[in-house]
Write a protein that binds this ligand. Structure first.
Ligand SMILES: C[S@@+](CC[C@H](N)C(=O)[O-])C[C@H]1O[C@@H](n2cnc3c(N)ncnc32)[C@H](O)[C@@H]1O
Length: 346
C-alpha cells in the first residue's frame, strides 16, 4: 500500500527526541482517518504510543528507518516475522533463572547466543549483566537487524534455522523464538545442539508445548518449566523453560530410597497424591486397563495441572510395575519394551 500524502507530511514533520534510554517521536495532530495509516507505520517501526509521555516511544532512533520508508513510498508490513517482544519483567526472571555468573565468576570468554534477537531487549539486559561476555545474535527481520546494529550487537547471521554450526559452542542461550507452526521447537532443538557440554538454555515457549509428547519429554528430561509473566503483545499463554546440558545419567540410576530413578520417582510421587487415580484403580483388574488409566492420569497431571514430568516408555514401564505391585504385591510383573510398545508379562 502506498503512503498517503498526509502520512508522508506527518513523518517529515515528526520530531524525534532522545529521552534517557528511549526516543520519543511527536507528530502533528491529525484527523482520525489520516492518523490510521500513520499509526500503522509507527507500529511497524516498533513505536509504542504512551499517553503519559504524549509521544510514540522507541527503543532505538527511528530516523533512518523513517527515511527508508519515505524513500520506498510504501507502508511497511506490520510484523512479517512474528515479532512479539518479551516483557522486561520476564527477561529479568530469565536472567535470574539462567544463573548468569556475576563478579569474580564472570570470567572473560563467556559465550552467549540470542538466536532470534528481535529488537535486542534480551541481549541488552544480558549485556548490562555481563558486559564482558561475547553475545552473538541472529535475526531475520531487516528492521530488527538495524535496531540491533544501532544497539552495538554482533549479528552473526539472519536465518538461524539455516545457519551452519558455530566454531565454538555457547555457555548460555536465552531466547524467545517465533511460535508459528511450532517453529519454536526447531529453534530450541537447534540451539540445544549449539550448547557447550555444561551449559544452560532458557526459552519462552507456548504453554501448549506440553501437548507435544516428544518435545515435552525432551524438556523434562533435561529441565523444567514455569509459567511466564503475562505478555501484553500476545494472547497466547506462555511458559519459560530451562534445559541444561550436563551428565544426567545418574538421574536414570535407581536411588537409595527404592525408586527406579529420579524420573520414575517424580511420576510415582505425583500419582501417589492423585486421589482420583487410586479411587478408580480399585475397580480395575485388567493390566491393560490399568496401564491406560495410569496414562490418562499422568497426561492429565502434565497437560492440565502443568506438572513437570518425563513420561516416556522407559518411565511408563516402571510406573506400571510399581502400581501393579501396590495394588497386589503378590503379582510378579515383568515388562518388555517391544518397539516402543509396552508388553506385560504376567
Ligand atoms: C517472539 S519474537 C522475540 C524477539 C526477542 N527474542 C524478544 O524476546 O523480544 C521472535 C523473533 O524471531 C525472529 N525470527 C523469526 N524467524 C527467525 C529465524 N528463522 N531466524 C532468526 N530470527 C527469526 C523474528 O523476526 C522476531 O524478532
Amino acid at each position: 500500500m502506498k503512503l498517503s500524502n498526509k502520512t508522508i507530511a506527518a513523518l517529515v514533520q515528526a520530531e524525534i527526541k532522545h529521552v534517557g534510554d528511549y526516543f520519543h517521536l511527536s507528530a502533528p495532530q491529525m484527523p482520525r482517518k489520516d492518523y490510521e495509516q500513520f499509526a500503522k507505520v509507527v507500529a511497524a517501526l516498533r513505536g509504542e504510543w504512551q499517553r503519559s509521555k504524549q509521544a510514540h516511544v522507541f527503543m532505538y532512533n527511528p530516523t533512518n528507518a523513517i527515511a527508508e520508508i519515505l524513500a520506498s513510498g510504501e507502508v511497511p508490513p506490520v510484523n512479517p516475522h512474528d515479532f512479539f517482544p518479551t516483557p522486561i519483567a520476564e527477561i529479568e526472571s530469565m536472567i535470574d533463572w539462567a544463573e548468569l555468573p556475576t563478579g569474580e565468576w564472570a570470567e572473560p570468554g563467556i559465550r552467549i547466543l540470542e538466536p532470534s534477537a528481535g529488537d535486542g531487549r534480551i541481549a541488552k539486559m544480558v549485556r548490562d549483566h555481563l558486559p564482558n561476555a561475547q553475545i552473538d545474535c541472529y535475526e531475520i527481520d531487516p528492521l530488527n537487524q538495524s535496531i540491533l546494529t544501532e544497539l552495538g550487537f554482533t549479528i552473526v547471521g539472519e536465518n538461524f534455522l539455516a545457519a551452519g554450526s558455530p566454531a565454538h559452542p555457547y555457555n548460555y542461550i536465552l531466547m524467545n523464538p517465533p511460535f508459528n507452526n511450532r517453529e519454536y521447537q526447531k529453534h530450541i532443538q537447534k540451539a540445544w545442539e549449539w550448547l557447550d557440554r555444561q551449559a544452560i538454555l532458557i526459552s519462552i515457549v507456548p504453554s501448549s508445548f506440553r501437548r507435544d509428547k516428544a518435545f515435552r519429554n525432551f524438556v523434562f528430561e533435561f529441565g523444567q518449566a514455569v509459567e511466564s509473566e503475562p505478555f501484553e503483545t500476545t494472547q497466547i499463554k506462555c511458559s519459560t523453560i530451562k534445559i541444561e546440558k550436563f551428565d544426567n545419567t545418574h538421574l536414570w540410576q535407581p536411588d537409595n530410597c527404592g525408586f527406579d530413578s529420579h524420573y520414575h520417582s517424580s511420576v510415582q510421587i505425583a500419582l501417589d497424591g492423585d486421589f482420583e487415580f487410586w479411587d478408580r484403580l480399585q475397580n480395575l483388574d485388567d493390566a491393560t486397563q490399568i496401564a491406560e488409566w495410569i496414562y490418562t492420569c499422568v497426561e492429565r497431571l502434565i497437560v492440565k495441572k502443568e506438572y513437570n514430568l518425563l513420561f516416556d516408555d522407559r518411565v511408563r514401564g516402571s510406573v506400571l510395575r510399581y502400581v501393579l505391585h501396590e495394588k497386589d504385591p503378590s503379582i510378579e510383573v515383568a515388562i518388555a519394551d517391544k518397539q516402543g510398545q509396552l508388553t506385560l508379562i504376567l
